[in-house]
Design a protein around this ligand. Structure first.
Ligand code: NAP
Length: 249
């Protein structure tokens, strides 16, 4: 997979891992669109790093259409869709007063939006001569994380969907990649108080994901996610107990 002169959309590109993708890809000579809900954050990122900002919530049909039609009118094609936007909700399912909202929000953002946006982007992706979709899931696609009752389930869903879409899109010439990060030093990781994890830096993470895509690796395991996959096969109960020790703020 070649990475220059591409038209790329990074969801959640105003901060964290998404901003790092946008920064590195724009620096390599690509046209990078970023979307997110916070317009001020997006505009600042766009100005500093030479990106194209489109304010939009990935869970909104109207916003998805607006993002796609902006790229369609300005370029007529999309080469790479990076489904990165996500949220992590740590709470106790039975006692939290906002459980119902949290279930909805996490499933809408992490699981439903990457799939519906991919579907809506298909006509534009099919105008590219080397189209690709990247799903950013997580090492917890391989293990249920006890403190986050729904999060790891959304990532497991994306893990399975990435495999099925890779199979179904092959005849269309659309490559499907999945990146499975470990804990990464972004705002999201600030909700973790303690646990048996090693923080990975976003620049290192994104560099390795881009290298993996260039090499044509469909499933890109990063840092401790390699051990998580291995242990999920070898000793799943032990692994679950290790994850259950993680404390959240
Ligand atoms: N950090 C980790 O330890 C880690 C580990 C494994 C996997 N991941 C995954 O990596 C991805 C990026 O995480 P991160 O660490 O960069 O998180 P982050 O620092 O919290 O950033 C998340 C980004 O997603 C955007 N976003 C959230 N909801 C959105 C929505 N409804 N519509 C549009 N944009 C939305 C946010 O922007 P707005 O708030 O402005 O919308 C923000 O820019 C996520 O899918 C996450 O699950 C993270």
């Amino acid at each position: 997979m070649d990475f220059s002169g591409k038209v790329i959309l990074v969801t959640g590109g105003g901060s964290g891992i998404g901003l790092e993708f946008a920064r590195q890809l724009a620096g390599a000579g690509n046209t990078v669109y970023i979307c997110g809900r916070n317009a001020a954050k997006l505009d600042t990122a766009a100005e500093v790093h030479g990106l194209h900002a489109v304010t939009g919530d990935v869970t909104s049909v109207t916003d998805q259409q607006k993002i796609i039609s902006t790229i369609a009118s300005e370029h007529g094609r999309l080469d790479i869709l990076i489904n990165n936007a996500g949220v992590l909700e740590a709470y106790d399912f039975a006692s939290d007063p906002n459980t119902l909202d949290r279930i909805e929000r996490e499933i809408e953002i992490n699981a439903k939006a990457p799939l519906t946006l991919t579907y809506r982007a298909l006509p534009l992706l099919r105008q590219s001569n080397q189209p690709a979709v990247l799903f950013v899931s997580s090492g917890v696609a391989y293990v249920a994380s006890a403190g986050t009752p729904v999060y790891s389930g959304t990532k497991a869903l994306i893990h399975h969907c990435a495999q099925t879409l890779r199979h179904q899109f092959a005849p269309l010439g659309i490559s499907v990649f999945e990146a499975l990060p470990p804990v990464v030093a972004t705002d999201m990781a600030k909700s973790l108080k303690s646990g048996n994890f090693k923080l990975m830096q976003p620049d290192d993470l994104v560099r390795q994901i881009i290298q993996g895509m260039k090499a044509g690796s469909p499933e890109i395991l990063l840092g401790q996610s390699k051990q998580i996959k291995f242990m999920s096969r070898l000793a799943p109960t032990f692994l679950f107990r290790q994850f259950a020790k993680t404390e959240f703020h």
